[in-house]
Design a protein around this ligand. Structure first.
Ligand SMILES: Cc1cc2nc3c(=O)[nH]c(=O)nc-3n(C[C@H](O)[C@H](O)[C@H](O)COP(=O)(O)OP(=O)(O)OC[C@H]3O[C@@H](n4cnc5c(N)ncnc54)[C@H](O)[C@@H]3O)c2cc1C
Length: 400
């Protein structure tokens, strides 16, 4: 059977890519291990909450009714550090926006997109292993001897991408020595629609606002820290964990009263050597690059990949893998990813230096940024997907 596009991986990024392509008329086969299911913990929310820029609400809603649901939003972002007095705040009004981001449940978004996929013409291939990939001049064959062929193959199968490995692509991989404890916590004070991030010596702690219907004050927690501390804290009883979390958050939302099940995720940063190793093969989302979650950008960048893909294929091409469109795609997505990776490494390293003089300098810098609106606006726009670097890169004429 021949399809125009084969997508491997039906997470948020792969599902959005498959739907977007089907909506503009491509025949698509989607390979996924298992049908996603919505997850809710004891406090009523998925522990895997992600912060998404507002533009992705409209983007996903464009796939059909019910594609989007959010569980909170933030109009303000506050960041400060353990060893200092300065803080920086970013407000949606500074960039003329109603909000800086939405909090969405990963499992809920995936399930919603999956329902639209089931109602679409996409050929779903559940649990079919990917054994080998044969890239020919005219197209791709998956699993030698099988009947599945395509003009373009998209790997969206996450950080441990099988597609990337089968295509023998190198990746620049950097262990961070950190893990994140991810959970939902009940606190005693309302979050006031503000996302908070405290840079601790051991790693950043994020408290992100959730809306509970029964009026409880809930926040999503992403607490990056050394592997050793994460293992220790994941094993604490709830009361002791809450006490440490109250302390680590400096009581910025009062006392932490309860914490849901804790998930301990090792953190790594990596980027593939290419996002388009040939005109017939692309990588999107975490299969192309994985970022430290300190700026909550991984899924945002994955959806940007999908947006860029759909921009190239927006007018239906008879052979989406035949031309050289993907060279520019690979270069642009590479620039965006590497600049984000460098920014994440910079912040992580700068905040890990435990020296009083350096801390004083950091605080001076933070105060300067907080008082200098043009820099704040630039940083905000970058995070919201309106990247100055990308706009400059687009304008440069690159030799082909
Ligand atoms: C602690 C933490 C907090 C984060 N917070 C944020 C945030 O606030 N904002 C943000 O933007 N990002 C955040 N991220 C990053 C974000 O979660 C990822 O970037 C995003 O989930 C990547 O989506 P994906 O679809 O590319 O990959 P995945 O979500 O990994 O999906 C891959 C899919 O491929 C399937 N698959 C894998 N192998 C195969 C195979 N061989 N065959 C078929 N199917 C396969 C899997 O079943 C899965 O469904 C965070 C990450 C972490 C670790």
């Amino acid at each position: 059977m021949r399809f125009e596009v084969l997508v491997v991986g039906g997470g948020l990024v792969g599902a959005a890519a498959a739907l977007g392509l089907e909506r503009i008329g491509y025949s698509v086969a989607l390979f996924e291990r298992a049908v996603p299911r919505e997850v809710r913990g004891r406090l009523g929310f998925d522990a895997r909450m992600i912060a998404l820029a507002p533009k992705w609400k409209d983007f996903l809603e464009g796939f059909g009714d019910g594609a989007w649901h959010h569980h909170g939003q933030f109009e303000r972002l506050l960041a400060w550090e353990e060893l200092g007095t300065a803080q920086v705040s970013f407000d949606a009004v500074d960039v003329g926006a109603a909000q800086l981001g939405f909090m969405a449940s990963m499992s809920s978004l995936q399930t919603r997109l999956w329902q639209l996929i089931e109602a679409s013409k996409i050929d779903m291939r559940l649990g079919e292993p990917i054994e080998d990939i044969n890239v020919g001049v005219d197209g791709i064959t998956l699993n030698a001897g099988s009947e599945v062929q395509g003009s373009l193959l998209i790997g969206a199968d996450g950080a441990s991408s099988r597609v990337r490995d089968l295509l023998n692509l190198d990746r620049d991989m950097r262990a961070t020595g950190q893990s994140a404890i991810v959970t939902v916590a009940e606190v005693s004070e309302h979050h006031a629609n503000t996302a908070r991030q405290r840079f601790l010596h051991d790693g950043p702690l994020a408290l992100l606002p959730l809306d509970a219907e029964d009026g409880r004050h809930l926040v999503s927690i992403v607490w990056s820290q050394s592997d050793m501390q994460a293992t220790r804290r994941a094993a604490l009883n709830e009361q002791d964990f809450c006490a440490e979390l109250t302390d680590a958050s400096e009581g910025c939302l009062g006392e932490v009263r309860a914490a849901d099940e804790r998930f301990c995720l090792p953190l790594e940063q990596q980027v593939s050597e290419s996002f388009a190793p040939s005109s017939r093969t692309l990588l999107l989302g975490d299969s192309a690059r994985v970022l430290h979650p300190l700026a909550g950008q991984g899924a945002n960048l994955g959806l940007e990949d999908v947006e860029a893909l759909l921009e190239v294929l927006k007018s239906h091409l008879s052979d989406p893998g035949a031309d050289h469109h993907w060279r520019d795609f690979s270069r642009m997505r590479g620039v965006r990813s590497k600049s984000m990776l460098a920014a994440m490494s910079f912040f992580r390293q700068v905040y890990a230096i435990d020296d009083p003089t350096f801390s004083w300098l950091r605080n001076l810098g933070v105060r300067f940024v907080d008082q200098f609106d043009p820099i704040k606006q630039l940083l905000l726009k970058e995070a919201l997907g309106d990247s100055l670097l990308m706009r400059i890169t687009e304008k440069v004429k690159w030799p082909s």
